[in-house]
Design a protein around this ligand. Structure first.
Ligand SMILES: [Zn+2]
Ligand SMILES: [Zn+2]
Length: 297
């Protein structure tokens, strides 16, 4: 089987975000919905050996909230490595918080992400001063055994969003991961950032047993309308949910057994349990992740 735990279901900034007084953040603060930590997940084949997918700035509290990730004795950890989908700070800052790793850290990243972390944000070089960091090169399209019975394949997710740390437009700046239980053939796709459901991306998703997909913004101009940012959701690399070419109308054709939105921005009304937008999503049979959600295929 493939086991996945959503450690954090919010986009960067979390929900509520520290400096945001938008209607959704205000409602979450008043108790109308659960607070959410920043985007990350843990995946395992049998529940003993785990891999983090991204390391959020909330990684410490996320590990403590999930007993399976806590140390068993001395300074051992069931976390065998960290898979990165991109080099965004909300997905990589947590690496610095894992710097006490006695035996070092194993980080899975594409060459483009590795380059950005080394030469761009410099986070990799900071981390190396504290503990050994082993790089496992992720090659989109290539199957990669992760653990006994668990295989993983990254796939390139085209984006026009440039990294903040350099001019790079290389392939592999953003990837999704398709996990397969090699015995049963059951599959789970983790895709927290997708700007467009291109034919190649759809081919990786099609027929998977569970899809966890980018639900950052409800509308493309959500942040512009609120006056909190000048860029649209797509310009930030995230396909909006709503609209004639949004993700919600495209999901049924992908034939995923189960579809779950995550990486939810604090402005997105679906983070609240009782909004019209949330009902639209649920009426279409799509779920909305919360921190601690566990799925198994
Ligand atoms: Zn993010
Ligand atoms: Zn907000």
């Amino acid at each position: 089987m493939v086991l996945l735990r959503v450690l954090g279901s919010a986009a960067g900034g979390g929900s509520p975000q520290w400096n945001c007084g938008c209607p959704v953040c205000a409602a979450v603060r008043s108790g109308a919905g659960p607070a959410r930590t920043q985007s990350s997940a843990a995946v395992s084949a049998e529940g003993r050996r785990w891999f983090l997918i991204n390391a959020s700035p909330d990684v410490r509290t996320q590990i403590e909230a999930f007993p399976a990730l806590r140390p068993r004795e001395d300074r051992t950890t069931p976390i065998e490595g960290v898979l990165l989908t991109d080099a965004e700070l909300d997905h990589t800052l947590g690496l610095l918080l894992l710097r006490e790793a006695r035996d070092g850290l194993v980080v899975y990243a594409t060459p483009a992400v590795h380059k950005t972390l080394r030469a761009g944000s410099g986070l990799w070089r900071i981390l190396e001063r504290y503990c050994p960091v082993a790089w496992r090169a992720v090659v989109p399209g290539a199957d990669m055994p992760l653990a006994e019975g668990l295989s993983c394949r990254a796939f390139d997710v085209p984006t026009t969003k440039r990294t903040r740390f350099g001019p790079g437009l290389d392939d592999g700046r953003v990837v999704g991961y398709r996990f397969t239980d090699v015995r049963s053939g059951r599959t789970l796709v983790y895709l927290p950032g997708v700007q467009a459901l291109t034919p190649a991306v759809c081919a990786e998703i099609r027929g998977c047993h569970c899809l966890l997909i980018d639900g950052t913004c409800w509308r493309d101009d959500e942040l512009v309308r609120l006056g909190v940012a000048g860029r649209t959701s797509r310009e930030m690399g995230h396909l909006p949910i709503d609209g004639p070419d949004g993700s919600l109308v495209q999901l049924p054709a992908l034939g995923a057994g189960r579809a779950i939105f995550l990486h939810l921005n604090n402005t997105n009304p679906i983070v609240l349990p009782d909004t019209p937008e949330r009902r639209i999503v649920e009426d279409r049979g799509v779920e909305v992740a919360v921190d601690g959600l566990e799925v198994e295929v």
